[in-house]
Design a protein around this ligand. Structure first.
Ligand code: GTR
Length: 421
């Protein structure tokens, strides 16, 4: 009798609890996620329509208000100027194009897009778009690429001197950008130096486009205004604005890709801008794909301390309070549904929490299922070098360190062949 009552109490406790939060026990942690398919007012979200009309918007604004900051809606007078075209780049296999996108009439604010498009087709091509860390000239040794004159985080790295790029920086990041392979597989590539949009520095004196949106007399973003990741993501959407005008590109088949802090950026860009048909997060970790409530590797306090300029100031109020953040990062991935998304991790990159990155992708499947898409089937992460996912969500755990490599790109290209082409 007593044990029956006890079981009843336990059961009702469990039900109450299940309605409040979902608890998951995964090899190295237990964590509770805010329920993905329940609105803040407690309404169950049962259909894709419900999701889009109610919950998707709610989650999007929670991320804007608490994590990345709000993206301003003000439209700037964009102007595109083709700086250079070379039809015989990369030994004649590709056309190289460099386009300047002006954000202001005085031409003080702009970014440069570097593009490579395959020559062996007359059709508009699908394309990968991503921001780069080292300037456009770092992605390939091609001497036709304009060397960036912007400020860099690097001061003494090879090819950079006192925070500026030199000729010796050409091709220094080529391993992360296998352009020849991308072209061979029938895709284009477009890339922009992220420092064209906002220098990756907590010292705002180093420049950036944010002042274009400031109110009179304003010098800093207010607590729910965007941080650098928000600005970078905005830049990806402005690159998309250009790409939609370029007839050589199939703008309905553009994948947005990024590594690490730029992987976080790619996810936030893809979440906000539905024009991106495919979203790829390479080793994005905390503030990107990883479940923050696992508190594994990098945490909110650690990231806000080392990089106070990445997120909005409200995010700092969640330092050591992960469980009170009204969202977790599986919801960021869910915002991309039903479009294909790929999350990748590296085995030696524990700082980014590979398991947490996988689990986000897995949990996001709840929303993909509303659209009749399978998502990832197994809550247990796959073994090293074993890509998984046919149902619009892809994942792999590459052997090795924090980087974007040829192996990673091969998986993205294979997935794009299936999901995008
Ligand atoms: C690390 C940072 C990570 C990650 C990485 C990167 O120092 O802690 O969040 O994004 O930088 O961007 O390479």
């Amino acid at each position: 009798m007593i044990s029956k009552i006890f079981a009843g109490v336990l059961l009702s406790l469990a039900i109450t609890f299940a309605l409040k939060a979902q608890t998951f026990e995964i090899p190295d942690t237990t964590y509770q996620l805010p329920p993905l398919l329940k609105s803040q007012s407690g309404k169950a979200i049962l259909t894709a329509k419900d999701w889009e009309k109610n919950r998707r918007r709610e989650i999007l604004s929670l991320f804007a208000n608490n994590v990345y900051g709000k993206t301003p809606s003000k439209k700037l007078p964009l102007r595109f100027e083709v700086l250079e075209v070379s039809p015989s780049a990369l030994y004649g296999t590709a056309t190289r194009k460099q386009v300047r996108v002006y954000f202001s009439n005085d031409e003080k604010y702009y970014m440069d897009i570097l593009m490579y498009l395959p020559n062996n087709t007359d059709k508009p091509v699908p394309l990968f778009l991503g921001l780069n860390f080292g300037g456009n000239q770092a992605i390939n040794a091609d001497h036709g690429i304009l060397v960036s004159k912007r400020w860099f985080r690097y001061d003494k790295s090879k090819g950079y001197s006192n925070h500026y790029a030199t000729e010796a920086s050409r091709g220094t990041d080529a391993a992360a950008w296998p352009v020849e392979e991308i072209i061979k597989r029938g895709y284009g590539l477009a890339t922009v130096y992220y420092g064209d949009l906002q220098p990756d520095s907590s010292n705002s004196a180093n420049g950036g486009i944010a002042p274009l949106f400031y109110k009179k007399g304003q010098t800093m973003p207010v607590p729910d205004e965007w941080g650098a990741i928000g600005v970078w993501a905005w830049g990806l959407s402005r690159a998309m604005d250009y790409l939609q005008t370029d007839h050589a590109v199939n703008a309905k088949k553009i994948a947005v890709i990024g590594h690490s802090r730029l992987g976080k950026t790619a996810l936030w860009a893809g979440a906000q801008d539905k024009r991106f048909a495919f979203v790829i997060s390479n080793d994005s970790g905390e503030g990107g794909a990883a479940i923050t409530r696992r508190k594994y590797g990098e945490t909110i306090t650690k990231i806000n301390t080392a990089f106070p300029h990445w997120f909005c100031n409200n995010y700092k109020s969640y330092n050591d309070r992960e469980d009170e953040l009204p969202v977790d990062y599986h919801e960021l991935i869910a915002l991309i549904a039903p479009r294909p998304v790929y999350v990748a991790s590296a085995s030696e990159d524990q700082w980014a929490d590979p398991t947490g990155e996988y689990l986000s992708a897995w949990h996001a499947g709840e929303v993909y299922k509303l659209y009749g898409l399978a998502g990832l089937t197994n809550i247990t992460p796959p073994s090293i070098n074993t890509p998984v996912g046919n149902g619009s969500i892809g994942y792999h755990l590459r052997e090795g360190v924090h980087a974007m490599t040829y192996y990673d790109w091969q998986q993205y290209l294979n997935f794009a062949d299936r999901e995008l082409k």
